[in-house]
Design a protein around this ligand. Structure first.
Ligand code: GCO
Length: 447
């Protein structure tokens, strides 16, 4: 037996997102987001699933907070649905929507759980999409006003904030690859949206300084890792290029005040220009307190002529994949965190998401999800190693508290440490819930 140990001051948590769990899509004055429209468009989401009811957390948040309490977490990361608090995207606040989040925050605080709020986890008000969405710079203004209103409402009791979740998904996956809402397939749209999301981040950070002077703000990009298949330079370069799309594209502007030139040129060759306005990079690169990192998967990679935008071919390490088909690569988690620390310096890091999809069903009140426990053990071992290597990891938040609406995969793909029956909304903690609880209590686990 080997003991994997964590420092006493590491914060433990669990994460969710509004559209994936709340339901109550047309209650309390909420208006549609781009995900309501997308999920109700035939062919966009498996089996025609949508978030109308999701986990019904809008009505069951107290029950969910009790599970968090039983789990023993320090923090809970959730997102605010913009169309619940400002239904048209701009204009008046909707008091009922604000009240819902106030109730949730109070419930968390009363139970000694620190809230961590994500402002944008992809549910853009549809009214803004109709005016161009994130392709339009007007949406940046709207986001700033929304962020300011939330800081004013909750900044006195909530100190940890995340501006944008997974900007790569909200830009390229959604506007170039067409897989997420709004489902466009234009590289120019992907590039424009990626930049506008970063400017929106910068604008929110600027307002935050005035409204919540002692707070902490960051954002949560998703990264993977591609390890060169051989030490041939062409394989090394191909992996670097492929990773640059998620990593340097979204981090260099924030931490270095510039975009990676190699990628700017590559996009240009494909007909997509990066359109900078004076002052954008200064806004984007304002200091922030932490970076949030979402990590799920990685692989080997090598150069292959003509393969995708980056001429990089993905080679899974072996046949170990989670049920969603993503290769398992825990060592890549260590490598990417080490790499980020070497590239951007000692920026404090919260692991804002990490977890696994396994679709175990509930049987006699139990869910035996040994595979998820194995995944968590391997990935937490990487965290322990990287902490020992001196990387400032402040906290770890598992994705996800609940099985939920897994975007284009609908309810078929389950990431929760709590099982949800999507007909009755009954919750059943899985074996991984109890394993995580034990690990939090002990501050270590054995392998
Ligand atoms: C995110 C994620 C989550 C997903 C999880 C599994 O962007 O934060 O997409 O919302 O459910 O990553 O895919």
């Amino acid at each position: 037996m080997t003991t994997i140990q964590f420092p006493d001051n590491i914060k433990w948590g669990a994460a969710t997102a509004s559209y994936q769990i709340e339901g109550a899509a047309s209650e309390g004055g909420r208006k549609p987001s781009i995900w309501d429209v997308f999920s109700h468009t035939p062919g966009k989401v498996r089996r025609g699933d949508h978030g109308d009811e999701a986990c019904d957390s809008y009505h069951r948040y107290k029950e969910d907070v009790q599970y968090l309490k039983e789990l023993g977490v320090d923090m809970y990361r959730f997102s605010i649905a913009w169309p619940r608090v400002i239904p048209n995207g701009t204009g008046e606040l909707n008091p009922e929507g604000v009240q819902y989040y106030r109730n949730l925050i109070n419930e968390l605080i009363e139970n000694d759980i620190e809230p961590m709020i994500t402002l944008y986890h992809w549910d853009l008000p549809q009214a803004l999409q109709e005016k161009g969405g994130w392709e339009s710079r007007e949406t940046i203004d709207a986001f700033e006003a929304y962020a300011k209103a939330m800081f004013e409402e909750f900044g006195d009791v909530v100190s940890k904030w995340i501006t944008i979740n997974e900007p790569w998904c909200a830009s390229f996956l959604s506007n170039y690859l067409g897989i997420h809402a709004p489902g466009k397939t234009s590289l120019q749209a992907g590039v424009d949206v990626s930049h506008h999301l970063l400017v929106a981040h910068g604008r929110a950070v600027k307002v935050f300084r005035d409204v919540v002077p002692n707070g902490e703000i960051g954002y949560a990009p998703n990264v993977g890792w591609m390890e060169p298949y051989t030490d041939r330079q062409e394989d090394i370069d191909a992996c670097k290029r492929a990773m640059m799309w998620q990593k340097e594209w979204f981090m260099d502007p924030v931490f270095k005040g510039s975009y990676p030139e190699e990628l700017v040129q590559l996009f240009k060759k494909e007909g997509a220009d990066l359109k900078l306005v004076d002052g954008d990079l200064e806004l984007i690169s304002q200091p922030i307190e932490f970076m949030g990192i979402n990590y799920y998967t990685g692989s080997l990679g090598r150069y292959k002529e003509g393969e995708g935008l980056f001429e990089a071919e993905e080679i899974p390490l072996d046949n170990r994949r989670t049920d969603i088909g993503w290769p398992i690569y825990a060592d890549g988690f260590y490598r990417v965190l080490k790499d980020l620390n070497e590239t951007y310096g000692d920026v404090p890091i919260y692991i804002t998401e990490n977890g696994a999809c396994y679709n175990h069903e509930e049987k006699d009140g139990e869910v035996n999800d040994k595979e998820r426990i194995d995944y968590l053990k391997q990935h937490l071992a990487s965290i322990s190693r990287v902490v020992e290597a001196g990387v400032p990891i402040k906290g770890y938040l598992v994705w996800s508290l609940l099985d939920n609406f897994e975007w284009a995969f609908g309810y078929e793909m389950r990431f929760g440490i709590i099982h949800v029956n999507f007909r009755t909304f009954e919750r059943t903690p899985k074996d991984s819930f109890y394993w995580y609880k034990q690990t939090i209590t002990n501050g270590w686990f054995e392998v």
